[in-house]
Design a protein around this ligand. Structure first.
Ligand SMILES: [Fe+2]
Length: 326
């Protein structure tokens, strides 16, 4: 183990879980430990992080290592380039891969959503999200992946965690439907980006405690159209666009923005709507506490049955229950 103390303290460090450092993969960044009140070099840039390195951290109960802020881009590139391989590595336990999946997705989505998004989604960010979606779909098809991910599901609302969770639930249901790999990818991408248009809604409205005024509700209802316009310059298929544009449509025609009815709402979009409603109800918001799963499903079944597809509801319940999430 390298334990050379840093002579000069660099500007900043950010924490990373050791599980996000992949054995035998070359990283273009240095890794530090926090020891005795200082950052201490553990592995150098260009040095392989080995199984032995990981074992030492595990044995010593190290939960976080650190990377210099100036090497953040190299780290992110490393994660995104290796994610597909890592997620399908059967040598790694499913709960380890689930943690890798959730943390890697968080890094990308937080980076894209948590900053003030420009008027359009940048092609670079779109490519990163596309890669995450591609890398994770096969992993989500594995037995027990959903139940392993369940422990990471966040019940505190943030737009990016909500988008990730809607993606996870939706893809799990897509895989139980008659959908091609291409459709699952395109609609999975739509699920991941379904609320991107919220970046254009003032935060004072999105985070308002208490009930919204009529005009505030109308402003929020613009987010699906904003989402599509933010992505207009990107190479997106109609399937992906439909998911962003129509995820608030309801079977009885009372949804928005188009007031579509029944079969005119594509099946994958109905699945995303179900996942969206369920995640919203089971997550704490500024105006409501998180509901337990059974209560949320009961509310959907009793109070929302005219607007949602009850066949999709049954599939959704079956997927959650198969993953021990109820
Ligand atoms: Fe939405």
């Amino acid at each position: 183990m390298d334990t050379n103390s840093c002579a000069a303290r660099p500007v900043s460090y950010f924490p990373v879980s050791p599980v996000m450092l992949f054995p035998e993969v070359l990283g273009d960044f240095s890794v530090y430990l926090w020891q005795g009140g200082d950052f201490v070099l553990y592995t150098k840039s260009g040095q392989k992080f080995t199984i032995k390195h990981r074992r030492i951290l595990h044995t010593n109960g190290v939960k976080e290592v650190y990377i210099q802020g100036s090497e953040r881009q190299q780290y992110e590139k490393y994660i995104e380039q290796n994610l597909g391989t890592i997620l399908l590595d059967q040598e790694l336990a499913i709960d380890v891969r689930s943690k890798v999946f959730y943390e890697a997705t968080t890094v990308v989505m937080q980076d894209v959503f948590d900053r003030k998004l420009p008027s359009s989604l940048r092609a670079r960010h779109f490519d990163r999200i596309t890669e995450i979606v591609k890398s994770s779909i096969k992993f989500l098809a594995e037995d027990h992946s959903l139940s392993a991910i369940a422990s990471f599901i966040s019940h505190d609302y943030k737009t990016y965690t909500h988008c990730m969770q809607v993606f996870i639930y939706s893809v799990a249901v897509f895989q139980n439907c008659d959908m091609s790999d291409g459709e699952i990818f395109e609609c999975g991408l739509g699920a991941m980006l379904h609320d991107v248009g919220k970046a254009k809604i003032p935060r004072r409205i999105l985070n308002k405690r208490g009930s919204l005024t009529q005009s505030e509700r109308e402003i929020i209802k613009e987010h699906p159209v904003h989402g599509v316009s933010m992505c207009a310059h990107l190479p997106m298929t109609q399937n992906t666009i439909n998911c962003i544009l129509f995820h608030h449509e309801k079977l009885d025609g009372t949804g928005y923005p188009a007031g579509l009815k029944g079969d005119s709402i594509p099946m994958p979009v109905r699945i995303i709507s179900m996942a969206d409603i369920y995640d919203a109800l089971t997550t704490a918001r500024p105006y409501a506490e998180a509901m337990p799963p059974y209560e949320a499903l009961t509310l959907i079944r009793h109070d929302m049955r005219d607007g949602v597809d009850m066949d999709v509801f049954k599939r959704f319940v079956s997927v959650l229950s198969g993953a021990d999430m109820l």
